[in-house]
Design a protein. Structure first.
Length: 313
C-alpha cells in the first residue's frame, strides 16, 4: 500500500481531513500533532484546527473547491433568556451554578421551530450575565481599546474584538437564583463566511431578516417563561459590549449536498473536486437543526471516518 498523509481538523466533535502531499503546509507547526492507532498500515494522521478559515485561506491551492464554500452559515438559532428574581415558590433557589449545564428542555419545535433548555453557569461565572446585558463591566481605557478593535474588525483588519483578559469585573451581587434558558431554533442558515477583501481576515456576514419570525418567537417564549416564574424577563439575541450576535453552535460553511453547485462535500464528507480531501465537522451541516447539534456532528464524523478507513484499508 502506498504511504499517505491525512490531516484531520478537529474543532469540536469533528474530523476534517487533508491530503497533505498536494498542500504547501508541510512544516507548519499547526500540523504537527499526530494521531496514532488508525489501523491502516502506512497512514499518518495529523490534527489541524480552524477548518473553515483554513479552507478559505488556502483556496488558491485548492482551485477546484466548490463556490459554495463559506455559504449556509447558521448560528443554530441560539439566544439567551434569563428570568431574574423569580417569585414563584416552586422555582426559587435555583442555584444555577450547580449540576450540568442542561438537564431538561421544553419542546416547541412543532409550533415555533425552537426549544428552550435549562442553563447553568459555573460558580463565579454569573457575571457573564452582566456582559450579555451590556452592564459596564469593561471600564476606562480598556473600553476605548475594545471599541477601537471592533472598528478595525468591521474594516476587515482583524477577527477578534474582545479578549478574556480585558474583562475587569466589579463587585456585584450573585445571580445564582436566576433561571437561565438556552434557546435554540431553526434559523434561515443564510450567513456567509469569507475573508475580508483588504486584509484577508476571517469574517461572517449574516442578516436577521429571513429569520425574523424565529427570533420573535424566541423572545415571546422567553417572556412567557419569565411570566410563569413571576420573574423579570431578559432576552438577548445580540448582547455584550459590542451588541454582537453570539452563537455556541456554528454550523455550515462547507455544506453537504448532492451536487458541487450546492455544496462543498458529499454525504461522506468527501470534498468535490479534491480527491483525498475530507471535511467531517459541524461545517458540513447544511442547515440549522433547532436542537443541540453535538450528536449529529459526532454521527456524521463517525460515519465518514468509518467509510474513510474502509476505503483506505
Amino acid at each position: 500500500m502506498r504511504r499517505m498523509t491525512i490531516a484531520v481538523i478537529v474543532p469540536a466533535v469533528a474530523a476534517c481531513a487533508f491530503a497533505a502531499p498536494a498542500m504547501a503546509h508541510q512544516g507548519d507547526p499547526r500540523f504537527d500533532s499526530v494521531l496514532t492507532g488508525t489501523g491502516v498500515p502506512g497512514l499518518k494522521v495529523q490534527v489541524l484546527n480552524y477548518g473553515d478559515r483554513l479552507l478559505l485561506q488556502n483556496r488558491k491551492a485548492l482551485p477546484r473547491l466548490s463556490s459554495a464554500l463559506g455559504t449556509r452559515f447558521s448560528g443554530n438559532g441560539d439566544a439567551l433568556a434569563v428570568a431574574f428574581d423569580p417569585g414563584a415558590p416552586d422555582v426559587q433557589g435555583a442555584r444555577n451554578g450547580y449540576g450540568p449545564v442542561m438537564t431538561s428542555r421544553l419542546d416547541y419545535i412543532a409550533e415555533r421551530g425552537l426549544m428552550a433548555a435549562d442553563g447553568g453557569l459555573p460558580l463565579g461565572f454569573d457575571a457573564l450575565l452582566d456582559v450579555a446585558r451590556d452592564v459596564d463591566v469593561i471600564r476606562g481605557w480598556r473600553r476605548w481599546l475594545l471599541r477601537l478593535r471592533n472598528w478595525l474588525v468591521n474594516l476587515g483588519w482583524g477577527d477578534r474584538s474582545l479578549k478574556p483578559r480585558e474583562l475587569r469585573l466589579r463587585q456585584r451581587r450573585s445571580e445564582q437564583d436566576a433561571l437561565i434558558y438556552l434557546l435554540i431554533g431553526r434559523d434561515a442558515a443564510d450567513g456567509r463566511m469569507q475573508l475580508s477583501p483588504l486584509f484577508r481576515k476571517f469574517e461572517i456576514r449574516w442578516s436577521k431578516a429571513a429569520s425574523a419570525q424565529l427570533f420573535a418567537d424566541l423572545e415571546k417564549t422567553a417572556r412567557e417563561l419569565a411570566e410563569a416564574a413571576d420573574a423579570t424577563p431578559f432576552y438577548a439575541l445580540e448582547g455584550g459590549p459590542l451588541s454582537t450576535f453570539t452563537t455556541v453552535h456554528p454550523l455550515g460553511g462547507c455544506p453537504m449536498a448532492d451536487d458541487p453547485a450546492d455544496g462543498v462535500v458529499d454525504d461522506l464528507g468527501r470534498v468535490y473536486g479534491q480527491p483525498g480531501l475530507y471535511v467531517l465537522d459541524g461545517s458540513i451541516v447544511p442547515t440549522s437543526l433547532g436542537v443541540n447539534p453535538s450528536k449529529t456532528i459526532a454521527a456524521l464524523a463517525e460515519r465518514g471516518a468509518a467509510a474513510l478507513v474502509e476505503e483506505l484499508a
